[in-house]
Design a protein around this ligand. Structure first.
Ligand code: TXA
Ligand code: MG
Length: 369
């Protein structure tokens, strides 16, 4: 399968592959026409930049005798065709987290194609921590650009079947099946291109505290309300993103009861002929967060409940899968709990809020492009 994937990439075709975060839709990072196919397949505006995926020095990493200097040298060789210079902080991050779910935005080398960066002066790079992704990068021998393998604004895929569901009719796309993605939400993105500090552009499973603990580097957390008014440098920063077709509403702590009653009252007023089908996600009890068992009679509602992992790792892992599976069941409404406060939940809170904002049939929201 990898041989066929490499043949296709060399031929300027797209190949979807698994990473530890979500599935990516890959193209040869040196082939302008191939990269344009990504924008067309996703329906993504072409000023939205892509992440360059790089092979890791796996043999050196596997050898316990490899020194940090040797490793740093190998990484430098890998990244230098892409970046104008590599600040010491970037190398610290690479040594601490690569291969892994951390994307670095740096000043780009002049050779990087505009179709990758959307004409910006920076480039985003990462080395994914998935054996199949690394095998593909190694066999291909060059870098791959790869956005998440979903149509623009929709839920990212975390299984090979999800990618097939997104691009079903487009038989040109080969999908490498690497099973379920480990993390389930996209990589953390940090911007090192400014001189006055490192900014968090997209929260993910690697948090600013994780970065501080491993490297001593302080990350400026981004003010997302500020971001909305800027040109969307990060497409995931659009207010509506990662969105299911079924309307999704978030509830705070236990107020799902109030929300259900409100729906029930509305239904009664409108003399609906059929019941409203609502999927209600409630916390599992793993970490002692409140678990509720709905036990209320609502005449206008057909309620189906399911439990969600109440630890952030499990929740992130199943988030997109859950949204996709629920979407297929054509509920009228999906109700999910707001994640608790705390930095470890920032990644999933960000995705959930955007998913809720953009949810509903395409014609009814702003991500129909
Ligand atoms: O986990 C991930 O990062 C996945 C897997 C497949 O690697 N990829 C991913 O790609 O999430 P995508 O295209 O869905 O999101 C990449 C984000 C976009 O929001 C893009 O705007 C941002 O990275 N990005 C890329 N280059 C950038 C740059 N030069 N400056 C700022 N943001 C950039
Ligand atoms: Mg994406």
């Amino acid at each position: 399968m990898i041989v066929e994937a490499v043949r296709r990439l060399n031929n300027g075709e797209l190949v979807a592959f698994p990473t530890e975060t979500v599935y990516g839709l890959g193209a040869d990072a040196s082939n302008d026409l191939a990269i344009q196919k990504i924008y067309a397949a996703k329906g993504r505006p072409n000023d939205h930049p892509l992440i360059v995926h790089l092979a890791a020095p796996m043999t050196l990493l596997a050898d316990p005798k490899t020194t940090t200097d040797v490793l740093a040298d190998a990484w430098l060789k890998t990244v230098s065709p892409w970046v104008r210079d590599l600040p010491p902080a970037a190398m610290q991050l690479i040594l601490a987290f690569w291969p892994g779910p951390l994307t670095l935005v740096l000043k780009k080398d002049k050779c990087v194609l505009d179709v990758i960066t959307g004409g910006q002066s920076t480039v985003a790079i990462r080395s994914p921590n998935h054996p199949l992704a690394q095998a593909l990068l190694m066999e291909f021998g060059r870098a791959l650009v790869a956005p998440s393998a979903n149509r623009f604004g929709k839920v990212s895929p975390t299984r090979a079947a999800d990618v097939h569901a997104e691009f079903g009719n487009d038989s040109d796309i080969l999908v490498l099946d690497g099973g379920d993605c480990e993390f389930g939400i996209e990589s953390t993105i940090v911007d090192l291109s400014a001189t006055d500090g490192i900014r968090l552009l997209r929260p993910g499973m690697i948090t600013p505290s994780n970065i501080y603990a491993k490297t001593g580097l302080q990350i400026d957390t981004f003010n997302s309300s500020q971001q909305e008014t800027e040109v969307p440098r990060v497409s995931g920063s659009l207010k509506a993103h990662y969105a299911p077709n079924t309307p999704l509403q978030l509830y705070q702590s236990d107020n799902w009861q109030t929300i259900l009653h409100e729906f029930d009252t509305q239904i009664a007023k409108q003399n609906h002929v059929r019941k409203l089908r609502i999927a209600l996600g409630i916390w599992g009890s793993i970490t002692g967060l409140p678990t509720v068992a709905p036990n209320i009679a609502l005449s206008g509602i057909q309620l189906e409940t399911f439990t969600l992992p109440s630890d952030h790792v499990g929740f992130a892992n199943s988030l997109y899968r859950t949204l996709r599976d629920l979407d297929l069941q054509h509920y009228d409404i999906i109700l999910l709990p707001e994640p608790p406060a705390g930095e470890v939940w920032d990644g999933v809170r960000d995705r959930l809020q955007r998913a809720a904002f953009g949810s509903g049939p395409s014609s009814a929201n702003q991500v129909s492009n």
